[in-house]
Design a protein around this ligand. Structure first.
Ligand SMILES: NC(=O)c1ccc[n+]([C@@H]2O[C@H](COP(=O)([O-])OP(=O)(O)OC[C@H]3O[C@@H](n4cnc5c(N)ncnc54)[C@H](OP(=O)(O)O)[C@@H]3O)[C@@H](O)[C@H]2O)c1
Length: 347
């Protein structure tokens, strides 16, 4: 392995590495007056975002409190966050009375959502992805809200297209993706109505060693299962870079709401990724699916984000190296595959 690849010993080390605030994050968080609220904190991204914000407040030497809001379906997340100085609040965002009682804030991050388990419970997906945003937007009227969204609001794209751009009309496939466009439209409505400044943070595949598209591909290569090539290629970005961009996106919040694509610079071939893992594991990958030069996938063009924030700090090659070491050494998994190979919109 290359000498400059970060060595991550365990989950605590991984979260610590991802949530280390950069100087510009400390500076931005230091400029915040008042408290910070993260809605939907208990998920794959939210816990590390809360950790980064709490560390940045400490480093900046300011007194902002960081509140982390979720139902805490997994109670361990609550204890875990409290250790880092985050104030966990067990609230159901679908209940307007509970949301109305949340602490005030001028700086809000909205990460709540539902994707997997949509088939058979479409109503709950729609409620989570539209009613919770409506409750949040009404409670935090006039604030800045970085509202997580997804590249799934776009149509599928060929690699040759260069990926979906923020200015094109959304065209989501399936009820999960349609409901995430609903989430955006709800925030857009309240942004226009109340002057609330919103950034629609359209993320494509965050990479954490415990989950993500690289973990999915690495697991298959390592265990000798076939890697499906039908979507051809993908975009991804290190979760630590996602977190930094999340905080810096406070400055992109506007009324009316604006969207930004957040992913890595490469349109990475899935065959190439599997072969890279194969080389590191000493195993030849096997493949399935119909690989076509004009296959379509969720591909986004994040050029605008690179102009604003620079390129991600962690390169794709480094993510591959770190994931390979993690998988080969039995590193933990969240057991939440991304289903990157699916294009039917049914999750
Ligand atoms: N991770 C990625 O690579 C990725 C890619 C594209 C887009 N996104 C978007 O980014 C957002 C965050 O991603 P994620 O991976 O962290 O999602 P996640 O793991 O599903 O986390 C979302 C969290 O929202 C909370 N939540 C759901 N319904 C709630 C409710 N009614 N009240 C309070 N909290 C509620 C849940 O915690 P409780 O069950 O404890 O309430 C859940 O842990 C998602 O909305 C997703 O659309 C993520």
């Amino acid at each position: 392995m290359r000498a400059n690849v970060p060595v991550i010993a365990d989950e605590a080390g991984l979260e610590d590495f991802m949530s280390a605030p950069s100087e510009r994050v400390v500076e931005r968080v230091g400029a915040i007056k008042g408290d910070i609220v993260i809605l939907g904190v208990a998920g794959k991204v939210g816990v590390t975002l809360a950790m980064m914000l709490a560390k940045a407040v400490k480093k900046a030497g300011t007194s902002s409190k960081v509140y982390g809001v979720s139902r805490f379906s997994d109670p361990k997340a609550k204890e875990h966050l409290a250790i880092f100085g985050v104030r966990p609040l067990g609230v159901d965002l679908l209940d307007p009375a509970q949301v109305a009682a949340l602490p005030g804030s001028e700086n809000v991050f909205f990460l709540a959502g539902k994707k997997f388990g949509t088939v058979g419970a479409q109503d709950l997906t729609w409620a989570t992805n539209t009613i919770a945003p409506a409750n949040a937007a009404q409670r935090y009227k006039g604030a800045r809200i970085v509202a997580y969204s997804t590249g799934c609001v776009y149509d599928f794209k060929t690699a040759a297209s260069g990926g979906a751009l923020e200015l094109e009309d959304p065209n989501p496939t399936g009820e999960y993706a349609q409901s995430t466009l609903g989430r955006e439209r709800v925030f857009e409505y309240y942004s226009r109505k109340d002057g609330t400044r919103v950034c629609q943070f359209r993320l494509n595949y965050a990479i954490d060693l415990r989950y993500g598209v690289l973990r999915d591909i690495a697991d298959r290569v390592y265990s000798g299962q076939a890697v499906d090539l039908s979507v051809g290629s993908l975009n991804c970005i290190w979760q630590g870079d996602v977190l930094e961009r999340t905080v810096l996106s406070l400055d992109l919040c506007e009324s009316p709401a604006k969207a930004i694509n957040i992913t890595g610079p490469e349109t990475a071939s899935i065959r190439w990724l599997a072969e890279e893992f194969g080389r590191r594991f000493g195993k030849a990958p096997c493949f399935s699916g119909n690989e076509k030069p004009d296959s379509k996938a969720y591909l986004a063009n994040a050029a605008k984000s690179f102009a604003l924030f620079g390129y991600p700090a962690i390169s794709l090659e480094t993510m591959i190296d770190m994931t390979a070491v993690w998988v080969a050494s039995g590193g933990s998994s969240l057991g939440k595959p991304t289903h990157f190979e699916q294009t039917d919109g049914k999750y």
